[in-house]
Design a protein around this ligand. Structure first.
Ligand SMILES: C[S@@+](CC[C@H](N)C(=O)[O-])C[C@H]1O[C@@H](n2cnc3c(N)ncnc32)[C@H](O)[C@@H]1O
Length: 232
């Protein structure tokens, strides 16, 4: 079997999974327009005007239409647009786009993030999404959140990067973190992480990939999905 054949065999399941997800998004649509229309248009306009000329990287999140579309896909791929109400905690929730959509679908939601970017606070207010202000640190537990969650999510995360050393969290930090998350998870709860590309342009190391799989995750490129909970 030649190399291209071998690579083809490897990518096929991934290609099928992606095509299947695309098909499901088509079969179970989640229109963005009613979500947008439900917002206070005057407040949204004011926010967008304020950030229109900002050169700050995070000003891109003022494009609410674009980020709602990105997060609509996340909601659909996790099938939360066709699920009974679930308590969802989103770590590093940013402006709260993902949680806003979930809230509109009837899910009770809570965000957790640092309070660093005023735009995120303004968007969370606009979306009426509640956020716990907290900085996630390696080997330190999350605060008590007074409830258990059916889902804990985190998208495009960067709390797992050590600065200024530019080092990724390794299995020791992740193991601590997952044990701590277990404390906040309801029975049967699920965890989903969408990793960011890291300093070397990779999502994780092979050691970390094995670690996640040993803990019960399905790993698909940047997506780490504990769909049957954690295994210790
Ligand atoms: C790239 S943004 C992604 C935002 C959002 N999850 C999304 O996908 O649109 C990363 C987010 O993680 C937050 N964040 C970074 N380090 C964090 C930490 N140590 N603890 C909590 N939040 C953190 C940032 O404030 C920011 O909101």
């Amino acid at each position: 079997m030649n190399l291209s054949h071998k690579i083809g065999k490897l990518v096929q399941p991934l290609t099928y999974r992606r095509a299947w997800r695309r098909a499901q998004r088509f079969i179970f649509p989640l229109p963005v327009e009613p979500l947008l229309a439900s917002l206070d248009q005057e407040r949204l306009r004011q926010i967008q005007q304020r950030y229109a000329r900002s050169s700050a990287d995070y000003a891109k999140y003022a494009d609410v239409d674009r980020w709602l579309r990105i997060n609509r896909k996340r909601v659909q791929d996790l099938k939360l647009n066709r699920s009974l109400p679930k308590h969802v905690l989103d770590l590093g929730c940013g402006g709260g786009f993902f949680l806003f959509i979930l809230k509109r679908l009837g899910h009770p939601v809570l965000g957790l993030d640092v309070d660093q970017f005023p735009l995120f606070t303004e968007l969370l207010d606009l979306f009426d999404v509640q956020r716990v202000v907290w900085r996630i640190k390696a080997l330190e537990p999350l605060p008590d959140l007074d409830q258990k969650f059916d889902w804990i999510t985190a998208f495009s995360i960067n709390f797992n990067l050590h600065y200024p050393a530019e080092r990724l969290w390794g299995p020791a930090e992740w193991d601590f973190f997952l044990h701590d998350l277990q404390r906040h998870l309801a029975p049967g709860g699920k965890i989903f992480f969408g990793l960011n590309p890291t300093f070397g342009g990779h999502y994780h190391t092979s050691e970390l990939r094995k670690f996640f799989i040993d803990r019960g995750a399905n790993v698909e490129r940047e997506q780490i999905f504990f769909d049957k909970g954690l295994r210790f």
